[in-house]
Design a protein around this ligand. Structure first.
Ligand code: ADP
Ligand code: MG
Length: 329
């Protein structure tokens, strides 16, 4: 069992940041709107995440740590329109097999909290009473301590921390309604307070927290609708683009994607209105019916394939071009 888990871990867990991503997605699936992530030594020594979600009952703690026991896929249809972020049912088991993991949880309707962890070659689940408020904490120490080949691929603590930071930026841009705190070595390094999802001004404040005021203050708001497509977000005009080449966030139906078709469409719009050597800088949200897009379910990839490529491309290009054409010259 342990070997199978460790092999699966190679798929799910590449580095501390991938652990953070899996854990945050679980917390969001659990309905949490407050997350605190504590990191030590770039996550190599320790990653701890605390949420205020629905919690895991005492009876289900062992299941949560077993592979495939809790797949969120109810039917094949779900695969086509993935609603919840987690759907492979193996992240916790995988992470637990390559680290020292402790899971502590208390559902609101349960009077006491319990802590679970696995031990030994057969990964038997141990459990004991604990003190914990409503919600769940997962404490992961010494990632890859038992898989030296993987540990070798870890970079410096600084680099690993930067990956965690980037992972949380993407989450922060996709969930304005969730309060996120990131601490490193006991010091708070990021705080993204919850903002009203409907208010463009408060959304812009979160964008400023994530992408910097330089981008947020100068970005043009985009809002375009052409059935069945919808594009919203922000795009920076030429002047604000300097030194900001890394601000290129595109979310497709709420998930961060790096898609060539989308970046090409955006670039074309830019070339029409700006010096072509400017690097487009944007935070964009594209929504379309889920059955018109295939999402590569590999956890580490962010790829999509649109069924109507030309229509999507033209819609995005038009919407971005329209927004850019309205900037004061
Ligand atoms: P998956 O998310 O694919 O179901 P995971 O291994 O990531 O598989 O998680 C296993 C199960 O543990 C989840 O299905 C969920 O029931 C439970 N779980 C994990 N993290 C949390 C959390 N933060 N809050 C509540 N339940 C959780
Ligand atoms: Mg999961």
């Amino acid at each position: 069992i342990e070997l199978a888990n460790q092999i699966a871990a190679g798929e799910v867990v590449e580095r501390p940041a991938s652990v953070v991503k899996e854990l945050v997605e679980n917390s969001l699936d659990a309905g949490a709107d407050q997350l605190v992530i504590d990191v030590e030594n770039g996550g190599i020594k320790r990653i701890r995440i605390r949420d205020n979600g629905c919690g895991i009952s005492k009876d289900e703690l062992a299941l949560a740590l077993s592979r495939h026991a809790t797949s969120k896929i109810a039917s094949l249809d779900d695969l086509e329109a993935i609603q919840s972020l987690g759907f492979r049912g193996e992240a916790l088991a995988s992470i637990s097999s390559v680290s020292r993991l402790r899971l502590t949880s208390k559902p609101a309707q349960q009077s006491e909290a319990w802590q679970a962890w696995t031990a030994g070659r057969d990964m038997a689940v141990q459990i004991e009473p604990a003190a914990h408020p409503d919600g769940t904490s997962i404490d992961i120490q010494d990632i890859f301590f038992n898989t030296p080949a993987r540990r070798k691929f870890l970079r410096t603590e600084k680099t690993e921390f930067a990956h965690i930071d980037e992972t949380l930026k993407r989450i922060a841009l996709s969930r304005f309604d969730v309060d996120i705190t990131l601490n490193h070595q006991g010091k708070r390094v990021r705080h993204y307070p919850r903002v009203k999802a409907t208010d463009e001004n408060s959304q812009r404040r979160r964008v400023a927290k994530v992408c910097g005021a330089g981008f947020a203050d100068s970005a043009l708001a985009i809002s375009a609708n052409a059935e069945p497509y919808q594009l919203s977000g922000w795009i920076a005009p030429a002047e604000a683009c300097r030194h900001q080449a890394d601000i290129q966030y595109c979310f497709v139906n709420g998930r961060m994607m790096k898609d060539k078709l989308l970046s090409h469409a955006i670039r074309q719009a830019y070339e029409r209105y700006l010096l072509p050597e400017r690097v487009p800088t944007y935070v964009l949200y594209f929504c379309l019916p889920p059955q018109q897009v295939d999402v590569n379910v590999h956890p580490a990839k962010h790829e999509v394939r649109f069924h109507q490529q030309r229509q999507v491309h033209d819609f995005i290009m038009q919407a971005v071009a329209n927004a850019l054409s309205q900037q004061p010259q």
